[in-house]
Each structure stands twice: as structure tokens, then as C-alpha cells.
Design a protein around this ligand. Structure first.
Ligand code: SF4
Ligand code: SF4
Length: 128
């Protein structure tokens, strides 16, 4: 990942079209495990690295605390994401032959300058 959309989201959908990699799913999308809020696919989000100076979704979001930092989508956090998938926090894409697209199948770019303490605290991305 990634960034994550929280329960503070008001489902205004301002962020969805801003994502350069189509990682944001609308409320009601069958691949969105959440109800009433939008969802960021951690296996797709690249934290806007190589696309923008800062996460575009957070720049478009009018709601404080709706988009927060999550863990990098790297093998170090494979267990974090596989447990989150099992608990329903995430809905990691299942590839026909490769199986669940966990970080060991395909890791994603992330912003190393974001401190792990900020990620662990689910810090607000708009403070970036
Ligand atoms: S940080 Fe960038 S890549 Fe990730 S969901 Fe937001 S807009 Fe998409
Ligand atoms: S812009 Fe913010 S409040 Fe609006 S849908 Fe996206 S995360 Fe939710």
C-alpha cells in the first residue's frame, strides 16, 4: 500500500477519479469489502510514487482523517495483509493462476520517507 480510507469517509467520491492507478473503489462496488465508505486496494496503491508529489486522493479529500497511511505493500507486511484479508479488512485480488496478490507475488512502491510510527498510528495523509 498504501493508504487507507477510514470510517470518517463521507462517500463524496471526490478521491476516486483522482487515483492514477484506479486503486479506489466506490461504495457498493462488489470488490469493496466495506459498507458506506470507499476502499483503497492495497495491492494496487502506489502512494502516487512516480505520478505526483503527494497522494492525489488525500489532496482531493475534504474530510479530515478519512485517508490515512497504512503499511507499505512489501513482503515485510505480508502477514499483516493476509490477516487483514482473512478478517475482511481488505479484499486482496485473487489471480486465477497466482492466487492472492499478496506482496510476495507483487509488492508495490511506497514512500520510504513516511516514518513507520506515522503508519502504525494511521496518521492523516493530508498532513504529508
Ligand atoms: S495514494 Fe495515490 S495511488 Fe494510492 S489510492 Fe491514493 S491516489 Fe491512488
Ligand atoms: S474524498 Fe475523502 S470523504 Fe470523499 S469519498 Fe474519498 S475518502 Fe471519502
Amino acid at each position: 500500500m498504501a493508504v487507507k480510507i477510514t470510517d470518517e469517509c463521507i462517500a463524496c467520491e471526490a478521491c476516486e477519479s483522482e487515483c492514477p492507478v484506479a486503486a479506489i473503489l466506490a461504495d457498493g462496488n462488489e470488490k469493496n469489502p466495506k459498507d458506506g465508505i470507499l476502499y483503497v486496494k492495497p495491492e494496487s496503491c502506489v502512494e502516487c510514487v512516480d505520478h505526483a508529489d503527494a497522494p492525489r486522493c488525500a489532496e482531493a479529500c475534504p474530510t479530515a482523517g478519512a485517508i490515512v497511511w497504512d503499511m507499505p505493500y512489501t513482503t515485510d507486511f505480508s502477514t499483516y495483509y493476509s490477516s487483514g484479508h482473512e478478517s475482511g479488512e481488505y479484499k486482496i485480488r485473487e489471480h486465477k493462476s497466482k492466487g492472492l496478490m499478496l506482496p510476495e507475488i507483487k509488492s508495490q512502491k511506497f514512500r520510504p520517507e513516511i516514518p513507520m510510527s506515522t503508519r502504525e498510528a494511521y496518521g492523516n495523509v493530508s498532513n504529508f
